[in-house]
Design a protein around this ligand. Structure first.
Ligand SMILES: C[S@@+](CC[C@H](N)C(=O)[O-])C[C@H]1O[C@@H](n2cnc3c(N)ncnc32)[C@H](O)[C@@H]1O
Length: 281
C-alpha cells in the first residue's frame, strides 16, 4: 500500500472526505489512541499530576489529543489540514487547535508547554511537498521552535513512521542539532507489524532514556494493530474512568458543569454535545 506522503501534500491528502473517513474508522482510532497512550506514558508525568499544558503536533481530528484530555491535562494542537481541524471542532475536542505547518515553526511563546506529543506526523517533513521545500531546513526550523516552546526540563515524544534509515537519521540528527538530548526508542523492534518508532526528546541534559517495550514478548497483535499489555495506561483507560466510553452526553455535561463551577469558560451545550460518533475504545 502506498504511503500517504507519496500520494499528495498533507493538506491535500487529508481533505474533507479523507479526514472524515480517518476519524470514524474504529481501527485507526484504536491504533492512534494506543500510540498516543504510549507517547503519554513516555512523557513520564507523575500519576497525580494534572492540569499541565501539552502540545499535540499534527493533531489531526484530535484522537491523540483525547488521550491527553483523559489524563487530565490541557492541550493545544496544530495541524496543516483545515479539514482535519474542522472534524476536531465537530468532535468537540477539549483542546484548542490551530492551522499551522510545523515546517514553518511553532508559533508560540518560549516556554509555553510542559511537554509535547506527536503521533504519525513528523515523517511528512521528510518530503519536499513544494518546489521551494528543503526537508532538512524544515526539520531544523521545526525542532528549533519545538525546543523553544517547551519549558526547560520539558519533554517531547514524537511517534513517526520512517520510510528508511536515512529518514531516521535525518529526523534524529536534526533534533539533536537543535539542542535536544534523548534519542530513538523502538518498541517491539522484532515485530514487523508492531514495531513503533518514538523520538524521545529532553530539553535538559540529565534525563535518562526510558525502556523500549516488546523485548520480553509482552505483546498481543490484533489485525495489524498493536495492543500493549500490562500498561498502567491500559489500567487507567479501562479502570479509573471506565475507558474512553466515558464520553457520554451525561459525562460531558457533568464535566462542563464542574468546569463552570471552577469559573472556567465552557462552550454552551448544543445538539452536538455528546452526540454518538461511531465506535470508540
Ligand atoms: C496520521 S494523521 C495523525 C493525526 C493525529 N495525531 C492522530 O493520532 O490521529 C497525521 C497528521 O499530521 C498532519 N501533518 C502532516 N504534515 C504536517 C505539517 N507539516 N504540519 C502540521 N501538521 C502536519 C496531517 O495533516 C495529519 O492530520
Amino acid at each position: 500500500m502506498s504511503r500517504p506522503e507519496h500520494i499528495a501534500a498533507p493538506e491535500i491528502f487529508y481533505d474533507e472526505t479523507e479526514s472524515r473517513k480517518y476519524s470514524s474508522n474504529s481501527r485507526i482510532i484504536e491504533i492512534q489512541s494506543v500510540m498516543a497512550e504510549r507517547a503519554y506514558e513516555l512523557l513520564a508525568i507523575p500519576e497525580d499530576k494534572t492540569g499541565l499544558l501539552l502540545l499535540d503536533i499534527g493533531c489531526g481530528s484530535g484522537i491523540s489529543g483525547d488521550v491527553v484530555t483523559d489524563h487530565g491535562h490541557e492541550w493545544i494542537g496544530c495541524d496543516i489540514s483545515k479539514d482535519m481541524l474542522d472534524v476536531s471542532v465537530e468532535r468537540e475536542v477539549e483542546g484548542d487547535v490551530i492551522l499551522r505547518d510545523m515546517g514553518q515553526g511553532l508559533p508560540f511563546r518560549p516556554g509555553s508547554f510542559d511537554g509535547a506529543i506527536s503521533i504519525s506526523a513528523v515523517q511528512w517533513l521528510c518530503n519536499a511537498e513544494k518546489s521551494h521545500h528543503n526537508p532538512r531546513k524544515r526539520l531544523q526550523v521545526f525542532f528549533q521552535s519545538l525546543f523553544s516552546v517547551l519549558t526547560r526540563g520539558g519533554k517531547a515524544i514524537l511517534q513517526f513512521y520512517p520510510e528508511n534509515a536515512a529518514q531516521i537519521e535525518m529526523i534524529t540528527s536534526a533534533a539533536m542539532r537543535c539542542g535536544f538530548t534523548g534519542g530513538l526508542l523502538i518498541d517491539f523492534p522484532n515485530s514487523t507489524k508492531a514495531k513503533k518508532y518514538f523520538l524521545v526528546l529532553f530539553t535538559g541534559a540529565n534525563a535518562s532514556m526510558p525502556q523500549a517495550k516488546g523485548v520480553g514478548g509482552e505483546i498481543e497483535e490484533e489485525s495489524g494493530g498493536v495492543k500493549y499489555v500490562n500498561r498502567k495506561s491500559e489500567h487507567r483507560r479501562g479502570g479509573k474512568r471506565g475507558g474512553l466510553k466515558v464520553k457520554t452526553k451525561e459525562w460531558i455535561k457533568g464535566k462542563k458543569d464542574r468546569q463552570r463551577h471552577q469559573g472556567k469558560e465552557v462552550k454552551a451545550d448544543s445538539v452536538y454535545t455528546g452526540r454518538k460518533r461511531g465506535p470508540r475504545f
